[in-house]
Design a protein around this ligand. Structure first.
Ligand SMILES: [Zn+2]
Ligand SMILES: [Zn+2]
Length: 235
């Protein structure tokens, strides 16, 4: 089992990532992927591209070198009301939004506040994927957040990069996968690549899912057509 499209990758436009879109596309091709999404950080993060990056994103073609390219953003949840920094007018130019929590943008004071922030962010109609739910200073009530994602038809991300960051995140990713499996919530397995060689490199997430008897039909991005349909993107 593998993914056909990696829905979370960064490029040089976020200054803490180190490869170009061209390099990411070449890597995707070499690994046999059919598509990637370019999802740089929303403009409220210090290292983000200027909002023109998103405003002019139509300059990127729908495909290049045989790889489908989706134009996205990894938006920051900026407060407990769940507001995100993917805003009009540019948000309308994107194929989809990942909403993620990054403490440098919003340092949530309590578990309750962080949970509320996620629940409120899931009300945003542009949000299609909740990013690395495992990260953050505390463990929240994942079941409550994932239930809401199910209700709003939002997919939950299982993030490869989290597994490299800490053992604690690894434990949380397993917990989140088990809840998604039990509640039958679609997931996307993404690299969150910050360098081209990481694009599509999600094998260790699949290894981890094997341990949990995960229902593979819930993995959206193992099928590009299923993914495009879910995100409502026309080719
Ligand atoms: Zn992130
Ligand atoms: Zn990211």
């Amino acid at each position: 089992m593998k993914i056909e499209i990696d829905l979370h990758t960064h490029t040089l436009a976020s200054s803490h990532a180190y490869s170009t879109l061209y390099e990411n596309l070449q890597e995707a091709k070499a690994k046999g992927l059919k598509g990637i999404a370019v999802t740089n950080h929303g403009p409220d993060m210090e290292d983000s591209p200027h909002f023109w990056h998103f405003n002019c994103i139509g300059a990127i073609p729908k495909s290049a070198y045989g790889i489908t390219i989706l134009k996205g953003i990894e938006a920051n949840i900026i407060n407990k009301n769940g507001e995100i920094d993917a805003r009009p007018p540019f948000v309308k130019k994107l194929d989809f939004v990942i909403a993620s929590y990054h403490p440098p943008v919003y340092a949530s004071g309590t578990v309750k506040e962080l949970e509320e922030a996620y629940l409120n962010a899931l009300e945003n109609p542009y949000v299609k994927i909740i990013g690395h739910l495992d990260r953050g200073p505390f463990e929240i009530n994942y079941e409550r957040v994932i239930n809401k994602a199910k209700e709003k038809k939002i997919a939950v991300e299982l993030n490869r990069h989290s597994l490299s960051l800490s053992e604690q995140y690894r434990g949380r990713v397993i917990k989140i996968a088990e809840i998604c499996n039990r509640l039958k919530v679609p997931v996307t397995i993404n690299s969150d690549a910050h360098f081209c060689s990481s694009v599509g490199d999600v094998g260790i997430v699949f290894d981890l899912l094997e341990e949990t008897n995960f229902d593979e039909t819930l993995i959206l991005n193992s099928d590009i057509n299923k993914t495009l349909e879910f995100l409502d993107v026309k080719e």
